[in-house]
Design a protein around this ligand. Structure first.
Ligand code: PBG
Length: 343
């Protein structure tokens, strides 16, 4: 055998050697668990496109949060889901003090004190009767589709964030992609005496096909319209174009300047180049969201016997961390820790 000065395989020989030189680690506290919460009691609603993920009323959510804490997961991201009868054109229910999210926040704070970091999604799409993330206006003169406006949306997002902060949120996470919302939410929180509540901005959020199952879960697919004008059936006028990576730098710079404490990139696996780019641009903590479609894809492949579920989930989560994410938001979080998939 020829003499080779460096043989990388020497350090791959045993599991002990491999873990000694591993560059990336995945710990339970680096996972955030996304949870859907519905009004009422004793409600556990499976989601067809997301196997083993359910919408829960607060009473059934609390035991899951306790399990998360026992597993070493320290944070949850709450998404509120309300019935169609509670929705209107401007998403009024988003800032109702007795909505499912404020109710869950109060109950979780009472049950777990400061042990669990309580994060909330801030967006109107689950509360508007047209499913868009902002307020609609008629088309431009001669235009065919209603527009989604920043202006009237910002105060509603700020009010929603304040309501969540009132109920005990540690972190509010605007996912709407309206321009200027981080500044509007920061001002709203500060004016309401919540200057200690942090903002996790969905700074780099793409208009992605991988959100499909989430929209089933949250009943938030864009549809309908205003004054007889149809609304767009997608979110491409506010979420980012998948063809663009440099544009991420613009979003990051704006959200940092507006006061975002943490930054989020989503989806995760198809956008690892963007995660790495944002890592290089920012010293803020970076969260990557392994979204519903990523989860559904892994589950379908595992169910079909095409992939080893544990290994594929571990590898996906590790790749997201390796690309530069500090934290990963994942529907697999609880199961991955409980089943030992991270090791
Ligand atoms: C709300 C929101 C969405 C997701 C998180 N927050 C859906 C969307 O933008 O349509 C998607 C998360 C997932 O797919 O898991 N704006």
């Amino acid at each position: 055998m020829s003499r080779q000065p460096l043989r990388p395989r020497r350090l791959r020989a045993t599991a002990a050697l491999r873990s000694l030189v591993a560059e990336t680690h995945l710990a339970p506290e680096q996972l955030v668990w996304p949870a859907f919460v519905v009004p009422g009691r004793d409600r556990l609603e499976p989601i067809a496109s997301l196997p083993r993920v359910a919408r829960r009323s607060v009473d059934l959510l609390l035991p899951e949060l306790e399990r998360a804490l026992e597993l070493g997961i320290r944070s949850v991201m709450l998404f509120g889901v309300v019935g169609e009868d509670a929705k209107d054109a401007v998403g009024s229910a988003a800032s109702a003090p007795d909505g499912p999210v404020p109710e869950a926040l109060r109950a979780a704070r009472a049950a777990f004190g400061d042990d669990l970091v309580l994060m909330t999604d801030v967006c109107l799409c689950g509360y508007t009767d047209h499913g868009h993330c902002g307020i609609l206006a008629p088309p431009r003169p001669g235009g065919s589709h209603a527009r989604v406006l920043d202006g009237p949306t910002l105060p509603r997002l700020a009010a929603m964030a304040v309501r969540h902060a009132d109920a005990g949120a540690d972190v509010v996470a605007p996912s709407d992609m309206m321009d200027g919302r981080v500044a509007a939410i920061r001002e709203g929180l500060d004016d309401a005496g919540h200057d200690g509540v942090a903002i996790l901005s969905y700074a780099v959020k793409y208009a992605s096909a991988f959100y499909g199952p989430f929209r089933d879960a949250a009943g938030s697919s864009p549809h309908g319209g205003i004054d007889g004008h149809p609304a767009p059936s997608d979110r491409r006028s506010y979420q980012m174009d998948p063809r663009n990576a440099r544009e991420a730098a613009i979003e990051v710079a704006l959200d940092e300047a507006e006061g975002a404490d943490l930054l989020l990139v989503k989806p995760a696996l198809p956008y690892l180049d963007v995660v790495a780019r944002v890592r290089a641009l920012s010293d803020r903590p970076i969260v990557a969201y392994q979204v519903s479609g990523e989860y559904a894809m892994l589950e379908a492949a595992a169910e079909a016997g095409a992939l080893d579920r544990a290994a594929a989930v571990r590898e996906s989560l590790t790749a997201i961390r390796r690309a530069g994410a500090d934290l990963v938001l994942s529907y697999h979080a609880l199961e991955a820790v409980a089943q030992g998939w991270l090791r």
